[in-house]
Each structure stands twice: as C-alpha cells, then as structure tokens.
Design a protein around this ligand. Structure first.
Ligand SMILES: Nc1ncnc2c1ncn2[C@@H]1O[C@H](COP(=O)(O)OP(=O)(O)OP(=O)(O)O)[C@@H](O)[C@H]1O
Ligand SMILES: [Mg+2]
Length: 325
C-alpha cells in the first residue's frame, strides 16, 4: 500500500467544469469505469491522469467533516492492510472546496486492470476457477473476523461483494490464472466501517447525503441501521456476497457457492461460530436488497428531476444508468 500524489489544481479545474449528468461531456472529460450503489468511479481524460481511478464524493458540509472523513478513510486502509493483512491498492485523497454547494472529496486509487475485477472474472473464468476465487475471498474475510475476535477495542466491518476484489499480479494479455495461493486486493475502502470501543467511527448521516432530502427520514427509519450492521456480521456478509451473484448474472453458481461457504463455516472458520447459509435465505435477501436499491435509484432520479426541472437548481450527483439486477 502506498500513497499517490495527485495534481490538485487539475482536479479543481475538473470539478469546475464537471457536467454531472454527462461526465464524458465535461470540460475535462471523464470516462466512467464503474458504478457503485451510491458513487461513480471514473478516469479523468488527461495525459497525466492515466492509470488513476477517481471516486467523487460531493457530500460534505464543512471542512471538519472532510478532515474527519479523511482520517477515518486513511485509518481504515491502514487497519485492513497492516492489522488484518488484506492488501489495498495505492491510494490518495483530495479535498475540493467549490465556490458554492457541497464540499467534494476525491478518493483516488491506482487503476486496476478492469479484467482483474471479481465480477468480470465471474464471466471469463471456468466455474472451477470461480469457486477458487470465492474461496480466496472467504479466506480474506476470515482474517477480518479473526482480528475482531482479538478484542483489541477495534471492530472492523467489510463489504465482501465479489465486485470489491481484484486479482493481484494479473497480466492483461494473458487469460486470468488463478490458484489457491493467488493474492487478492480489496479496493472498496471508501465506506470505512470500523468501531472503536463500540462506536461507529464514520457518521452514518454521510451515507444519506446523496439521498433525496424528502427521503432521509424514511431511510433512517427503515434500513440505515440494518445496512451498516450487516457488514459486521460474517454470516450476513457471505449471504450478501452470494446473493449478489443474481445481480452479476451468475445465479447458476449459487448452489456450489453455498455448499463451499458452509464447508468453510464448519471447518476452516469453525472457531468463528458462523451460522450456516441456506438457499432460501439467499433468495429472499436478494429480493429485498434489489428492491431497496432499485427504489432508491428511482427516487434519486425523481429528486434530480424535481431539482433541475421544477426548482431550477443544480443537481450535483452523478447517477448510474440502467442497472441489470
Ligand atoms: N481502483 C480501481 N481500479 C479499477 N476499477 C475500479 C477501481 N475502483 C473501483 N473500480 C470499479 O468501480 C466499481 C465500483 O467501485 P467500488 O466497489 O469502490 O464502489 P462502491 O463502493 O461499490 O460504490 P458505493 O460505495 O457507491 O456502493 C468496481 O466494481 C470496479 O468495477
Ligand atoms: Mg463496491
């Protein structure tokens, strides 16, 4: 894990000229390389920015909120890398204060080869290799809960979904080679979840900043608590990981993954006392999860419509297009 040094004035220019509705048409164009449920990841189309992946978080109300997020973000990367032993990519962090509107943080990472990302691998590798990939992820997750068991006062949460992992030492020109001793990188560190003496370090309200304001109370009441706590529960993290195979268009792998997970739970991770997983639970979890995110995105679009067409105010978030679930 290293630190990247970033050209801040270029980013300021980029932010100034950004067209959130059509990032590729911005003054300095951006090429989208991935969507999360909440944010967008892109490459800035400038000679000097090749090989860097940017994640834009336009959600901060004050400088101290940004600074706090920065230290939590850095600490989360450090904890995973140094305390848990999960490798994270080189990264950097830039704060931008525009003339008006929210303050913006750009998380920057070294760009990993797109074909090395887990959800891509699910479509290019053999089923046997997909199972090996799954096993590697389970092994990484076990490290987190073994750390948590040590009761150091720090408890770490993680989003284990397959789209958050990349195969290390990947050679673009060759087909993916995976073996039980291959190494993975975990790159979804922008939602730093850890508790110190039981206290969640990140302010969960931050997750809601990009939500339509008319919805915040509803989300808080319905599922914010749930969405955050599931990442501290190894059983739920594995259910989430497997259920995501529906979204990744590989539901055919689910039975084998469940069997493998239950093996892992009863043998390799026996001391962690994880409840076994069953197919029904995976299915109903997926239905609910897909419904929540679909609804969420639809309401954000509605919010954008109200803001721009009715209230004639700027809408600062980049929204994903259609997502297959
Ligand atoms: N460093 C990187 N190199 C290459 N691709 C990346 C990188 N970071 C993210 N991506 C791409 O973007 C996708 C989403 O990234 P990431 O998992 O970090 O966001 P997310 O946390 O899921 O988003 P959100 O927090 O909004 O739900 C990844 O699955 C991957 O395809
Ligand atoms: Mg992700």
């Amino acid at each position: 894990m290293g630190t990247l040094s970033i050209n801040k004035s270029l980013l300021e220019e980029f932010e100034k000229g950004l067209d959130p509705r059509h990032p590729e048409r911005s003054k300095i164009p951006a090429k989208i390389i991935g969507y999360g449920e909440i944010s967008t990841i892109f490459e800035i189309q400038d000679q000097t920015q090749k090989g860097l992946a940017y994640k834009r978080l336009p959600i901060f109300k004050s400088r101290s909120e940004m600074d706090q997020y920065e230290s939590i973000y850095n600490e989360y990367n450090r904890l995973l890398n140094e305390e848990v032993g999960i490798e994270v990519p080189d990264h950097g962090f830039v704060e931008i204060i525009p003339n008006e509107g929210n303050m913006v943080v750009y998380n920057v990472q070294r760009m990993l080869p797109p074909a090395s990302i887990g959800n891509k691998l699910l479509h290019t590798m053999s089923d046997t290799d997909c199972l090996i990939l799954f096993e590697l992820v389970l092994k990484e997750l076990k490290k987190v809960w073994s750390f948590n068991r040590k009761m150091t006062g720090v408890e770490i949460g993680i989003d284990g979904q397959i789209s958050n992992w990349a195969l290390k030492d990947f050679v673009e020109s060759r087909p993916a080679a995976i073996a039980p001793d291959s190494k993975l990188l975990y790159f979804d560190t922008s939602t730093p979840l850890f508790r110190v003496d039981g206290h969640e370090q990140i302010n969960p309200d931050l997750f809601l900043r990009s939500a339509p304001s008319f919805l915040v109370w509803l989300i808080k009441w319905l599922f914010l608590e749930d969405v955050v706590t599931r990442y501290y529960d190894l059983h739920m993290v594995i259910v989430d990981l497997i259920a995501n195979l529906y979204k990744e268009q590989r539901p055919d792998l689910i039975p084998d993954f469940i069997e493998r997970a239950n093996n892992f739970i009863s043998i390799e991770a026996k001391e962690l006392d994880v409840k076994p997983i069953n197919a029904k639970e995976v299915r109903s979890y997926y239905r609910e999860d897909a419904m929540i995110w679909r609804l969420y995105l639809a309401l954000r679009r509605l919010d954008r419509f109200l803001m721009t067409r009715i209230l004639h105010r700027p809408y600062v978030y980049i929204l994903p297009g259609k997502i297959k679930r």
